[in-house]
Every structure is written in C-alpha cells, then in structure tokens.
Design a protein around this ligand. Sequence first.
Ligand code: X2X
Length: 335
Amino acid sequence: MKLKQQLTALAAAACLSMSATSFAQETREFSVSTVLGDAFPWGQAATKWAELVEERSEGRMKLTVYPNAQLVSGDQTREFSAMRSGLIDMAVASTINWSPQVPELNLFSLPFLMPDEAAIDAITQGEAGEDIFAAIERRGVIPLAWGENGFRELSNSRGPIAEPADMRGLKVRVVGSPLFLDTFNTLGANPTQMSWADAQPALTTGAVDGQENPLSVFDVARIDQVGQKYLTLWRYMADPLVFGVNQRVWNSLSEEDREILRETAIEAGAWEIAKSRAELAETLERIKERGVTVNELTPEQHQAFVDATQAVYEKWVPRIGAELVEKAQAAIDAR
Ligand code: X2X
C-alpha cells in the first residue's frame, strides 16, 4: 500500500514536471516590428495586439515588440523584405514603408484621394481593401488587419503654407516610395527621402525646412521643439497600418493559433483607430497651445493643391493598377 502510494506520488510528480516542460516548450516567442514605440498610437496598437495574443493563447504565443525599426537598423523601407526573408516574424507597419515592395500600397499616398476618415474606411473595409491584402499576400506576407497612422499634415520652419507657391524651394523630409518625391517636386518643393531616425536630426540642424506626419507624431515627438512652428492642415494623404505575419511563421501555426492572431489583430486595430481618431482634436489643441501657427486650407486653396498634383496620378495610377484605383474611388464616392 505504502509502495503504491509512493508510486502514485512519483507518477503524479512526473506528470506535473512533464506538463511543465511541454508548456514551456509550447510557448513560442515572435518578434513584432514597428517604427514608432508605445508613446504613439502606432506602438500602442502593437502592444495591445501582444497583450491580447498572450492572454487568448494562454501564454502559448508571446509577441515581443521591437520599435524604431530596430530590426532593420532604422531603415524602415526594408521592413517588408526583412519580413519576407524571415528576419522579422510579424509587424504593425505603415503602408508607406511597405510600398516600395508592394506597389498597390501607393494607393493611399495618392495626393488628396481620401478627403476624410470615412474615405479611408471605405477603402480598407471594402473590396479595394481585400484586393490590397491579396497583393500583400502574393508578395509573401500574411496581412491580418488594419490600423491607422493618420492624415499626414505638413509642418515647416519658414512660414504658413496656403497655396502651392508657398512651397517653392521648401526642403521637405519625405519617407518611403518615390511617389513622395513626385508629389513634392510637382508642388515646387525640394523633397529629400530619409528615415524617421534621420529626420529628427535633419530638422534640428535645419538641413531640412519641413516634414509631414500625423498630428499624433508631431505632438508626441515634439516636432515644434525642432523649429517646426508652422503647421498646415491639408489632409493630403493618410497611411493605414497593416498587421502582418511572415508566411513561414503562419504556415507553422495551428488553425486555432492563426485564428487567435487574426481576431486579436482586428480587435487591436479597431481599438487603435478609434482611439487615435478620438484624440485628434485634443492633440491639435495641445499643439496650438505650444505656439505653433496652424492653418487649414479653404476649399479654394485645397482645389489649387488638387489641380497642382494631377501629374502624380498620371504617373502612378498605372503602377498601382487602374482597376484598384477605380474601385477605391467608387468606394469613396459611395461612402
Ligand atoms: O517615417 C515616418 O514619417 C513615419 C514614422 O510616419 C512612418 O514610418 C511612415
């Protein structure tokens, strides 16, 4: 009897330690790349995703967020390639930074295509959005959900910008695809491509006069403190965020874990979009209180910018795909 009890206890202990080991073995850790950390809505989206995944998978999956594009040494336009090659497992990424490898993503960068937030949603939540996700997947990354960096507003150190002529010779830091060079060149400015990591020193030294980023980025990164005293609300484009997973990682997961990753990405994305939109007005107030001169384009001024940037459409619509652009336009018109 005594022996039997001892054996039972031993067997139970062995079971426990086995399950502890197998639990430890089953916890898989994945890297998640972002450009902005969790002081920004973008980074918060990734943190939220990581929290939800850990909770819902009961610790089976752990996502570790690496901000500042550190997994590609700050070179954010190499993020997509690094994901494809397996250097990065997952990302919450701006459409701008992936657009050099996925030309369809330039859709969102077409100047003045999307007048408001409903227009962004009309694209991402409809057929055009599905086509874009298919385009990302064809190039080797599994897209799961949308988030939002936001409408990109123009700041500079020189003076208020109300018409294209005010941009003549303005040295502007731009990011990502060559489309940005075309937009700013067409407007008579002098654009320079550089990473976000290089942008802040370039603004500080005055190597560039201006930059464009969402209000949340301007606010949190304190862009006003590096001489950017003029801010123009022109809503010329917005960059959504895409939650994505490396294809090999995806293929290695069970159906259940894939579903967890997808549903949590959708939840984290929706949460971040709502949060960043809700904070916009307050953010703008804070920026004004810090002494930044803010101007909003009148409808006539807006039209002058629309007219001045038509050449960008002529060059880029064929590269993005005329059918996709038409679908997006139709969805916007019907919003
Ligand atoms: O580099 C930028 O401007 C940023 C942070 O907005 C992006 O990564 C697109």
